[in-house]
Design a protein. Structure first.
Length: 231
């Protein structure tokens, strides 16, 4: 296939909130596929006996977590101007999915998931749910560690890893009537930091009022090649 014949690759930024924050990764993929079909966008398909639309979601979002700036790659053939893509798709999306932007992405870039290296989160608590002095002391002690051997059960498997290496930054701030624990965590093929694991390490047992993934960070090469257009 020549370069002119290759499908167009668009990178979509969107917000996932409301009731949709409780649906799993595969259900979200189906929601996107149905919405793209309703918008009558010319989806490109995979080859083989069971072709399916070429759609790639970014890192899975934990169930119950709001995603402020999530990422999705879509391949189209023939191409559609990003502004037209946004206009048509917005009318077909459920209320809890908000399309923020669409830009051209270079064909040469690796898969979207492999480009993601970290994520930022904000975990909010009502003020009465936390002892801020105690949590700050535990937070500082955690950040001072060289490593933290961590074990957690995932289904039938036991996972062991260095949780401290997965934490890029951690801070607690007061915001109105709430305390917000800001986390910057590794999210890549080598290490995946999870807010629930960090809360457990801090011995925070209170239920958060909300958990928001505020952004996904890509490698510099991916950012430089993705283009500047925004709809």
């Amino acid at each position: 296939m020549s370069q002119d014949e290759r499908p167009q690759r668009l990178r979509v930024t969107y917000r996932k909130a409301g009731a949709l924050r409780y649906i799993a990764h595969l259900d979200l993929m189906r929601t996107w596929e149905r919405s793209l079909r309703r918008a009558r966008l010319p989806l490109a398909y995979t080859q083989g006996f069971t072709p399916h639309p070429r759609i790639a979601l970014g890192a899975p979002l934990p169930v119950g977590t709001i995603g402020e700036r999530e990422l999705l790659d879509v391949w189209l053939s023939p191409p559609v101007a990003p502004e037209e893509f946004v206009r048509r798709l917005r009318a077909s999306l459920p209320e809890e999915l908000t399309l923020l932007a669409a830009v051209e992405a270079a064909h040469e870039l690796p898969s979207l998931q492999s480009q993601i290296h970290s994520a930022t989160y904000e975990v909010a608590f009502e003020q009465g749910a936390l002892d801020a002095v105690e949590v700050r002391a535990r937070l500082e002690a955690l950040l001072a560690l060289e490593e933290l051997d961590w074990e957690e059960q995932r289904g039938a498997k036991t996972r062991r890893y260095d949780l401290r290496a997965a934490i890029r930054d951690l801070a607690l701030r007061e915001e109105g009537e709430r305390f917000v624990l800001a986390m910057d965590l590794e999210l890549n093929e080598q290490r995946t930091g999870r807010p629930a694991s960090v809360l457990a390490a801090l011995e925070v047992e209170s239920r958060p009022a909300s958990i928001v993934r505020t952004g996904l960070r890509l490698g510099e090469r991916a950012l430089a090649s993705a283009g500047e257009g925004r709809a």
